[in-house]
Design a protein around this ligand. Structure first.
Ligand SMILES: NC(=O)c1ccc[n+]([C@@H]2O[C@H](COP(=O)([O-])OP(=O)(O)OC[C@H]3O[C@@H](n4cnc5c(N)ncnc54)[C@H](OP(=O)(O)O)[C@@H]3O)[C@@H](O)[C@H]2O)c1
Length: 284
């Protein structure tokens, strides 16, 4: 079990300190915000009299971040929040999958500084973050190895994956292959695990907030680098995502769409594993 360093504090990962951190954020005795959900797409119903950026009828997509509350028919947001015009070439369902996973993907794929022709391995490529990260890496001219379960291989190929590894059958670090970038979204590896799988000047990144597992003290030969960073949620990122979508760089991957009334089934389905990309909940 590693440590988790967040904003200067150090906690054992998934240990009591980590759980305390989560509870401080979301509520000590139970969820402080009863309505969860962090991303949405919809139509502006009404605006306050001082709002200038939006008007009723505008089509938007948004990230509610720690404010949560997206599992609802209506959500009140500040016009200065993470809300902007929906991509014109996406449905509401598609656009609703992008703000959080897309921000994470865009952040890490930007930090990876991928150059044309480089090799990139994405661990957990078939999920919400991975499907966007894969498309961004391909748009930068990378050869991408996508690691996920075999049931997602057709979808991953359709997004441009060049090589596929089934994580249920093999651990990618045991393959005798090296990459310029390893992006471990699920956080099951450590930087040390991946040293032999990185080319000279290789970069290792980890999503999932498991910063702890990036052991910065690991001696790295060949100028290997672990990029220790957390995604920055900003309106600029959301706008950049919209532009990439409208350029055709990013498409949404939706497994299933459920009505709001079936939220319990949605969570059961997602927790079972195996979903392709995203699951969407509709409010109409
Ligand atoms: N999406 C977000 O907004 C967000 C934001 C911040 C942090 N995170 C965290 O980042 C992680 C990934 O998020 P996500 O939304 O992309 O999750 P996700 O949609 O569930 O995708 C994760 C993918 O990784 C695969 N996977 C599971 N175990 C694996 C392993 N050992 N090796 C390789 N692949 C494996 C899963 O396959 P199966 O379906 O077969 O299990 C799934 O396709 C999560 O832990 C999440 O809590 C997510």
């Amino acid at each position: 079990m590693g440590d988790c360093e967040l904003r200067g504090f150090k906690f054992p990962y998934y240990g009591p300190g980590f759980k305390l951190l989560i509870r401080l954020g979301f509520g000590i005795r139970g969820p402080r915000k009863k309505i969860i959900g962090q991303q949405l797409a919809g139509i502006v119903e009404s605006v306050g009299k001082e709002v200038t950026n939006f008007k009723p009828g505008d089509e938007v997509f948004a990230c509610t971040a720690m404010g949560l509350g997206a599992y609802a028919e209506y959500k009140c947001m500040s016009e200065k929040g993470l809300v902007t015009t929906k991509p014109t070439n996406m449905t509401f369902e598609e656009a609703s999958t992008i703000p959080v996973g897309g921000t994470e993907a865009l952040h890490f794929m930007t930090a990876a500084n991928i150059q044309n022709g480089q090799t990139v391995l994405i661990n957990g490529a078939g999920g919400s973050i991975g499907t966007v990260a894969l498309q961004i890496a391909k748009s930068k001219g990378a050869k991408v190895t996508a690691v996920d379960s075999a049931g997602k291989f057709d979808m991953l190929r359709s997004l441009g994956a060049d090589h596929l590894v089934d994580y249920k059958q093999e651990y990618f670090v045991d393959r005798n292959e090296t990459y310029d970038v390893i992006f471990d979204i699920v956080g099951v590896t450590t930087f040390s695990d991946c040293l032999d799988s990185l080319n000279e000047n290789g970069r290792y990144l980890q999503g999932n907030g498991r910063i702890s597992r990036i052991d910065k003290s690991t001696a790295s030969s060949n100028n290997l680098k672990a990029i220790d960073t957390l995604a920055d949620y900003s309106i600029e990122r959301l706008i950049e995502l919209r532009e990439l979508i409208e350029k055709g760089t990013i498409k949404a991957v939706i497994d299933t769409t459920y009505p709001l009334e079936q939220m319990v089934e949605v969570h059961k389905f997602v927790e079972e594993g195996g979903k392709l990309g995203n699951v969407v909940v509709t409010m109409y």
